[in-house]
Design a protein around this ligand. Structure first.
Ligand SMILES: *[C@@H]1O[C@H](CO)[C@@H](O)[C@H](O)[C@H]1NC(C)=O
Ligand SMILES: *[C@@H]1O[C@H](CO)[C@@H](O)[C@H](O)[C@H]1NC(C)=O
Ligand SMILES: *[C@@H]1O[C@H](CO)[C@@H](O)[C@H](O)[C@H]1NC(C)=O
Length: 467
């Protein structure tokens, strides 16, 4: 997930949960041998899938392995392509170079994830629960990475050739990676019977609390912790950046180990906050509203927060300040695009304040700002009970050239207020909804991320339902 041009995310309660399969151990020997046509029907792109797995009969596992192997080689090629353009930067504009650097960052991660995926599924025998979970989230992350890279390129006005070559490659690769994800899910991931129970198997959490806690309040967090670290820019803590602290958290811990608690002292943190999918039970607490601030790490006004995972997130009581974009750009607050219905994820923003930052306030009328946009085939974004200022365009949501409207888009607004909240002139899309309290209740902390089951012990205040 990525926030595009979300320049200042004042630290707020930030709750995440990744959904997991319930019964992921699969007896691969029991799978029937079938022709590609029938296997491909289960994917979101049957014709593309058929090209990928050619004219051989095999099991779902066989097909998935072929597809993932191809995804891996394709991601390697893509990384090389990006490296190639970055090698000679003299003819490129600064925004293009930055977009390319972002793409390089995400392409490396995709390549690593696909390598790990390939290694995991090529081993004989059954996969463990956690292996299936990890591969599922890695393949979902690969799709999200594609999106983030493409998104960066699209907002780059110059260097058309670089942009066109890479976008073409990205769009095609995304189809392939989507097929890989679909086949993997079909083969290994058992359908969740009920979402409600899945949290018990594994939870991935991250919270940023804007509660006005005293500086040392984190000492009083009653939840069990495996370690507590302090991030402080003046060097008097354990780390000076949030990402260093996240890296220091042990991988794949279990709930019994307790939380890895990161206390982020006041300051403006200019970094991509990136949470790798191996980091579980992470808790982050800021120094309070307007004191701990996270922005992007580039000169361009981009702020990103990314998670390597098909993740559900609720942001509660946040201040979201949108900064001035580069000339010719527009702003999208949640440019989150899960690209595949199998990559289950979504974001809900509740009781937030959405305003222009100081550098943007005077020119709000000149640049359009949107609540979100679809990308490729899957995206779920919900705004509940938030203050939306006049910076948001009356259409609310923006179309994008790169989505394939299959199914799974879901954009909704419930009871927002403020000058930008009027839904009368919103996009008339079949997947855009002005929802009622009943529907909105699905996206609250208690229902969307089952927060009642795991949050109370942390003593971090949150609203479980509608407010
Ligand atoms: C694949 O299976 C179908 C029947 O399911 C059969 O008609 C076809 O000949 C098989 N193809 C190959 C290449 O074995
Ligand atoms: C935080 O900063 C914003 C803008 O600078 C200001 O409008 C708001 O009142 C501040 N909030 C608090 C709680 O200080
Ligand atoms: C909603 O947000 C406002 C402003 O940030 C805050 O004062 C209020 O306490 C929040 N409401 C709840 C129920 O958390």
């Amino acid at each position: 997930m990525a926030f595009k041009n979300l320049a200042i995310l004042k630290v707020c309660i930030f709750l995440l949960l990744s959904l997991l399969p319930l019964l992921p151990i699969v007896h691969s020997h029991a799978a029937p041998i079938v022709p590609p046509e029938s296997i491909c029907l289960i994917t979101t792109n049957p014709s593309y899938c058929k090209n990928v797995i050619a004219n051989k009969n095999g099991t779902i596992f066989y097909y998935a392995r072929i597809s993932i192997q191809k995804s891996l080689s394709r991601s390697f090629k893509f990384l090389n392509l990006v490296n190639f353009y970055l090698r000679d930067q003299s003819s490129l504009s600064q925004p293009t170079i930055r977009a390319l650097e972002d793409c390089q960052f995400f392409a490396k991660r995709s390549f690593d994830d696909l390598s790990k995926t390939r290694d995991t599924i090529d081993k004989p025998g059954e996969l463990m629960v956690t292996q299936v979970e990890n591969v599922h989230t890695m393949l979902s992350a690969v799709l999200a990475n594609q999106h983030t890279c493409l998104d960066g390129l699209e907002t780059t006005a110059s260097d058309e050739i670089v942009k066109n070559v890479l976008s073409f490659s990205l769009l095609d690769d995304t189809k392939l990676h989507g097929v890989s994800l679909d086949l993997f899910v079909k083969g290994w991931v058992r359908k969740k019977k009920k979402v409600i129970t899945s949290w018990q198997h594994n939870q991935r959490k991250l919270k940023l609390s804007n509660q006005l806690r005293a500086i040392n309040d984190y000492e009083n967090i009653r939840a069990k912790t495996i370690n507590k670290v302090i991030v402080c820019q003046d060097g008097r803590g354990d780390f000076t950046t949030i990402n260093d602290a996240i890296s220091a958290a042990p991988d794949n811990t279990s709930p019994n180990n307790g939380y890895f608690l990161i206390y982020i002292k006041a300051g403006i943190y200019q970094e991509y906050v990136h949470v790798p999918e191996t980091k579980k039970y992470l808790m982050m607490i800021g120094a309070g509203i307007n004191r701990t601030i996270i922005t992007g790490d580039h000169n361009v006004p981009d702020g990103y927060t990314t998670f390597d995972s098909g993740t559900l997130a609720v942001l509660q009581n946040c201040n979201i300040y949108v900064r001035r974009p580069m000339t010719g750009q527009y702003n999208v607050i949640v440019a989150h695009g899960e690209v595949n219905p199998n990559a289950n994820s979504g974001i809900c923003i509740q009781n937030a304040t959405i305003k222009a930052a100081d550098d943007f306030a005077s020119m709000v009328g000149e640049v359009k700002t949107y609540l979100g946009r679809p990308w490729m085939s899957y995206s779920k974004t919900i705004y509940l009970q938030s203050f939306i200022d006049n910076l948001i365009d009356p259409e609310g949501w923006i179309d994008s050239t790169t989505y394939i409207p299959i199914k799974g888009f879901y954009f909704a607004e419930y009871n927002n207020w403020g000058p930008g909240s009027n839904t009368k002139n919103r996009k008339s899309w079949p997947f855009y909804h002005v929802i009622n309290a009943n529907d909105a209740a699905h996206f609250t902390v208690s229902n969307f991320i089952h927060g009642n089951a795991w949050l109370p012990v942390t003593e971090i205040p949150f609203s479980e339902g509608l407010i």
